[in-house]
Write a protein that binds this ligand. Structure first.
Ligand code: HEM
Length: 249
């Protein structure tokens, strides 16, 4: 998440051409560290959402009423000051902006990293390109495909359902019907594994970028990233696994 691991190899000479502007935010964005900060901050927003979403999903184990009422609550929260679903749209906008900035920063850091490598180093670095950096890039692509599928699936009901099967706000029934197809559940479980790896390295990288790691807390931060990643993985996969096992029906 917070940075492409490959970008760790960026040389000091890898700065993008300086933008001719007096706006400090645009100047910061044109630098390697600026893009890493954008990745760390947008990554933190996305991690917060993912944890909240995973905890919210666990309401399914309290029964259909609990999760369906929760879905309704997400639409009415903030009323009457805000209109129906308005807060949800604000959250969706922040998430979409975060995803877009996160991807653009990752993409540009990768290009800057490649451009900064001398030719002989480039050949060696390609061979050495760490497992973490490859996982971050490919994992990010898997997650993007997953999110697009997921919104078309559970939020809009336009893929993975028979006509008329998906019902607005009937989250429990939609989830049980959706995960009853094992290839769909398998895809979710694979995507959650990609998310787990992405969080494991990403949380750690983001904390490094923000300068919160020290010699003393290094191993604790490493462990905390891993624990969060594994908890998120287990929390999310518990739903498709329970449907496939017949515990949720
Ligand atoms: C097994 C894992 C997951 C399940 C069962 C699940 C379930 C759901 C459901 C039922 C909805 C529709 C909620 C509603 O209409 O109120 C939803 C929406 C959504 N989920 Fe997930 N989700 C899972 C994993 C994820 C992950 C890993 C992400 C992000 C990386 C994610 C991102 C989203 C987003 C962005 C929405 C749309 C929210 C909206 O605009 O209403 N989900 N999810």
């Amino acid at each position: 998440m917070a940075e492409t691991a490959g970008a760790e190899k960026v040389h000091s000479g890898a700065q993008a051409p300086r933008a001719f502007t007096s706006n400090p935010l645009i100047t910061l964005w044109s630098t390697v560290i600026g893009k890493k900060i954008v990745m760390a901050v947008t990554g933190a927003v996305l991690v917060g959402f993912v944890i909240a979403h995973m905890v919210g999903n666990l309401k399914i184990f309290e029964g259909a009423d609990a999760i369906n009422t929760y879905a309704h609550f997400l639409r009415v929260v903030g009323m009457p000051e805000l209109g129906y679903g308005q807060l949800l749209w604000i959250v969706r906008s922040v998430l979409l902006l975060s995803v877009i900035l996160h991807i653009i920063a990752a993409w540009q850091l990768t290009l800057m990293n490649r451009a900064a490598r001398p030719v002989d180093y480039k050949i060696r670095a390609n061979q050495e390109s760490t497992w973490a950096s490859r996982t971050m890039r490919w994992g990010g692509v898997v997650l993007l495909v997953f999110i697009i599928f997921h919104i078309l699936h559970f939020t809009m009901g336009v893929v993975g359902f028979q006509p008329g099967q998906w019902q607005d706000l009937a989250v429990y029934q939609n989830v049980v019907a959706g995960f009853s197809l094992w290839p769909v559940s398998a895809f979710y479980i694979i995507a959650m594994a990609a998310l787990c790896l992405h969080l494991d390295h990403g949380i750690w990288s983001g904390i490094q970028t923000l300068g919160w790691n020290t010699q003393r807390n290094q191993s604790k931060i490493r462990m905390a990233s891993r624990v969060i990643a594994v908890i998120v993985f287990l929390g999310f996969i518990s739903v498709p696994v329970s449907v496939l096992a017949g515990w949720l029906k």
